[in-house]
Design a protein around this ligand. Structure first.
Ligand code: PLP
Length: 427
């Protein structure tokens, strides 16, 4: 499969090149040259297939012959070796729990898939590839875990000192081996800026790539969730509405791509916190990115969602068509906390801020009687322990995979500015 750059002034790239480059030379996002629906027969009989078979059917056209079938099946098997349950919360609403992976956030799937693709593509090179990534919390842990011990790959993670939770910090600073954590005196935007500078700096001697949702190998496997959810509920429900808590809009963009492949979805809702660039665009047709504002759902504190341009491409930049399948609503921290309380009091279900925003989106859409709403619960409540315990009258039980890292020792190198990052990368 070939990919073109959405900035339209770079040469086409193979899947391999798109994964290795991350972003096209003209700074555009890669986009598949063709999208072919999968067979109706397969979708009609989806419940008869295993998750691995579904995932293979969904992803294969985007890779083509660049990874041999058996290898691709092995990659898929290792990527999705945990559950993706839809838990019914009330009569016509379910929670698609995407937090049963090793770091308990939905980014595990993309990170694990990408690391294995990159490892495969770099196996014959003598030179290591360095994955350089800035994190505000969840990405770092998922990338550290997904890339641990990947051959030929070094991982360097920048995170803002004191701005990530204890659990998140432990998840990205305790693994060692090919994973190095750099603790930056600053905020997330400073980390992001340094990473950008490194990518543009000709004097960096290492081969660099990124592992954020811009990379096609992180974006595409997120389609699996929507097929897995459909597989679980389609016998009972026909008109499915997904509400996706959105920050960089990678996850919901994968959902829309799944629909393009033929997955029957009635409607999509992109639910955001007060970083409302996309909800505003749907209201007034003006796309105006802003600096991000801090919220309790901080994995979605994004003022300029990088994947929205892919969504526009999917709808041929036609706002009217987009609005027919897609809504987007924004919610405040107070509304989020109220909803977390409501879900707990009425249904005895513990949500965290991102999931609660997904739920708010379904309520705002006001589901039709025949519709079944599914919100994506993108992280385990333990990942947002402080706000969950301050909002709900509970203490969250710490799962075993989290306990394990909490007992390990943090190892991080402190850096203060770009010059220090450069020195580190060239040493
Ligand atoms: C990354 C993240 C999101 C946002 O996903 P996007 O694909 O960036 O829209 C939502 N919730 C959690 C917990 C996340 O870590």
């Amino acid at each position: 499969m070939n990919y073109f750059s959405l900035n339209k002034s770079s040469p086409k790239a193979s899947f391999k090149q798109a994964v290795v480059n991350g972003i096209a030379p003209d700074r555009g996002l890669y986009y598949p040259e063709s999208i072919t629906p999968i067979s109706q027969d397969f979708i009609d009989h989806i419940s008869e297939y295993s998750n691995e078979e579904v995932a293979f059917e969904v992803i294969k056209q985007f890779i083509g012959d660049e990874i041999p079938t058996e290898k691709l099946k092995e990659i898929i098997k290792k990527t999705i070796s945990f559950d993706f349950p839809v838990v019914t919360i009330e009569k016509n609403i379910g929670s698609l729990e995407l937090y049963h992976g090793p770091t308990m956030a939905f980014k595990d799937v993309g990170a694990r898939f990408m690391s294995q693709c990159l490892e495969y593509f770099n196996q014959d090179n003598k030179e290591d590839i360095t994955v350089l990534v800035a994190t505000s919390g969840d990405t770092g842990g998922a990338v550290a875990n997904g890339f641990l011990n990947a051959k030929g790959i070094q991982v360097v993670i920048l995170y803002p000192s004191g701005k990530v939770s204890d659990i998140q910090e432990k998840q990205l600073t305790t693994l060692g081996n090919n994973i190095t954590a750099l603790e930056v005196g600053g905020v997330f935007d400073d980390c992001q800026e340094m990473v950008k500078s490194a990518f543009l700096d000709q004097e960096i001697s290492r081969k660099l790539t990124s592992a954020n949702s811009i990379n096609v190998a992180r974006w595409l496997p997120q389609m699996f969730y929507f097929f897995f959810a459909y597989k679980q509920v389609s016998a009972k429900h026909r008109d499915i509405v997904f509400s996706v808590p959105s920050g960089n809009f990678g996850n919901i963009c994968a959902g829309l791509l799944a629909q393009k492949l033929g997955l029957p979805v009635k409607h999509f809702i992109a639910s955001t916190n007060i970083n409302d660039t996309v909800p505003q665009y749907l209201v007034n047709g003006i796309y105006s990115p802003k600096p991000s504002k801090a919220t309790i759902s901080n994995a979605m504190d994004v003022g300029n969602p990088s994947n929205f341009i892919r969504i526009q491409e999917l709808f041929q930049n036609n706002l009217t068509q987009l609005k027919a399948s897609f809504s987007s609503f924004s919610f405040s921290d107070d509304e989020t906390k109220e909803m977390m309380k409501d879900i707990y009091n009425k249904f005895n279900y513990i949500s965290e801020p991102h999931g609660a925003i997904g739920y708010l989106g379904l309520k705002k859409h006001s589901l039709h009687e025949d519709e079944f709403g599914i919100f994506l619960e993108t992280a385990h409540p333990v990942k947002f322990l402080e706000v969950v315990e301050a909002t709900l009258p509970i203490s969250v039980e710490i799962p075993s995979q989290i306990k394990e890292v909490m007992n390990k020792e943090k190892v991080a190198i402190k850096i203060a500015n770009y010059k220090e990052l450069k020195t580190f990368l060239n040493s």
